[in-house]
Design a protein around this ligand. Structure first.
Ligand code: F0G
Length: 419
């Protein structure tokens, strides 16, 4: 149970480089962090985590954005476009209609490329430089490809992205294209793209920057650290619960890791750790199935479908890290329909917050869990919204309403307004 909240601080192995090493979450094998390219355990194929000899407390953080948290990251600095420091919006009407003590929206769509992926890439691309690779690759439902293309370009590296043909929102392809990624449209879903890119990476064709890459998740930990600091500043307490959309379960794993490290550092009581609550679309809900069945493993769904194309994923590769995160924090997982997702997108829009469909899943899930009585009315909750409205202009237009044609003269416009 190395992923338990009560795990002791790990012993520092000989493989550590300046107090940083990689450790398999299954068999405990350790590896030096920056000597060779490695995504999973050489011994057993398990997922790897970055481990540290020294774990920081809140006092060790300084500055703004992802690199404020350098003391919790494997490098001092990254390839950056000033990611992180996203707003933690108040939503008084939504808070009232959902019926919780406090609701805040952590809008990750406010990152440079419009999604939380930037937090992982600022670290991941810097590690790629450290390793001396020159070509980066990912499979993506869109946002990862946009972030990889932008950060790869900034780092002066070639980028290759594999996307499921016809299932990626327009804004995301436009970003990958303009930032110069080579875009391969695969006749298959995201999971097929990930299978292929993993094989390409194993063959040395490119450095893999999907969330299977443990360094990316280090950057994404900073979402959790920012939420905690924001709640401590405003409520003098950390949130009771964090609700987030789940695809590959990278964020779920990263937030859990951030909290485990704070507990190990003595900064947070185990009992204070926010309940991690995952939300998936009904048409792509293998994590929800595993949580509901009390299963230790997730069954891969071969057929997946949802309007929230960002989370149209049937094989959440980080499940071995995320399932303990949901269970150990006393959280849960729930599936929502596409209609519930669109309704939540409209709810957020009424508060002035523009998000893509996958992001709205968090709010849809919270509403449903509150209605079912799983979430109490005295809870303080943070919902994560992961991507910006402009990522998926077609979904936004479909959820909104049509423009009204009018003549090009004031009289006619007035008549139209009065009719
Ligand atoms: N929300 C958005 C907007 C996403 O783009 C993703 C994942 C998720 C949620 C799920 O996050 O994987 O950490 O559970 N998008 C990936 C991509 C798969 O390729 O852009 P997760």
């Amino acid at each position: 149970m190395s992923l338990s909240l009560s795990a002791e601080k790990p012993a520092v192995p000989d493989d550590a480089d300046d107090g940083v090493w990689l450790e398999c979450i299954e068999c405990g094998e350790t590896f030096p962090p920056f000597e060779d390219v490695r995504y999973t355990c050489d011994e057993c194929g398990g997922l790897l985590e970055v481990r540290y000899a020294d774990l920081p407390t809140f006092e060790d953080f300084d500055g703004q954005g992802v690199w404020r948290y350098a003391a919790a990251l494997p490098l001092e600095a990254g390839v950056t476009t000033q990611e992180g420091a996203t707003p933690l919006y108040e939503v008084p009407r939504l808070e009232e209609s959902v019926g919780v003590e406090a609701l805040r929206i952590k809008h990750e769509g406010m990152n440079p490329t419009g999604s939380f992926k930037d937090r992982g890439m600022t670290v991941g691309v810097a590690v790629a430089k450290e390793l001396g690779v020159d070509r980066l690759a990912c499979a993506s439902t869109g946002n990862t490809s946009a972030a990889l293309a932008a950060y790869g370009s900034r780092g002066g590296m070639e980028t290759l992205v594999l996307l499921p043909a016809g299932k990626v929102a327009a804004g995301k392809i436009a970003q990958a294209s303009l930032h110069g990624a080579r875009i391969l449209e695969v006749d298959g879903n995201f999971d097929a793209c990930l299978d292929i890119v993993q094989e390409l990476a194993a063959g040395g064709e490119a450095y893999l920057l999907n969330s299977l890459n443990p360094f990316r998740l280090e950057g994404q930990k900073t979402i959790g650290l920012e939420i905690l600091e924001g709640f401590l500043a405003d409520y003098d307490a950390v949130p009771d619960r964090i609700v987030l959309p789940v695809g590959n379960a990278g964020n779920t794993s990263a937030l859990y890791k951030a909290f485990r490290e704070l507990v190990q550092a003595g900064e947070l009581e185990e009992s204070e750790v926010p309940k991690l609550t995952g939300v998936q679309a009904e048409g792509a809900a293998p994590m929800v199935e595993a949580i509901e069945n009390g299963a230790d493993e997730v069954r891969r769904w071969d057929e997946v479908e949802t309007r929230a194309t960002a989370i149209r994923i049937g094989n959440p590769v980080n499940a071995p890290k995320a399932l303990p995160g949901i269970r150990e924090t006393g959280g849960t997982a729930i599936a929502v329909s596409d209609e519930e997702i669109t309704d939540a997108q409209r709810d957020l829009a009424r508060e002035g917050i523009g998000v893509e469909p996958a992001s709205a899943a968090s709010v849809a899930g919270l509403r449903k869990l509150r209605a079912e009585g799983v979430v109490d009315d005295d809870e303080r909750v943070a919902c994560l919204t992961t991507g910006h409205l402009l990522k998926d202009p077609d979904a936004a237009a479909a959820a909104g309403h049509d423009p009204e044609p009018v003549p090009a003269e004031t009289e006619g416009v007035l008549e139209h307004l009065q009719s």
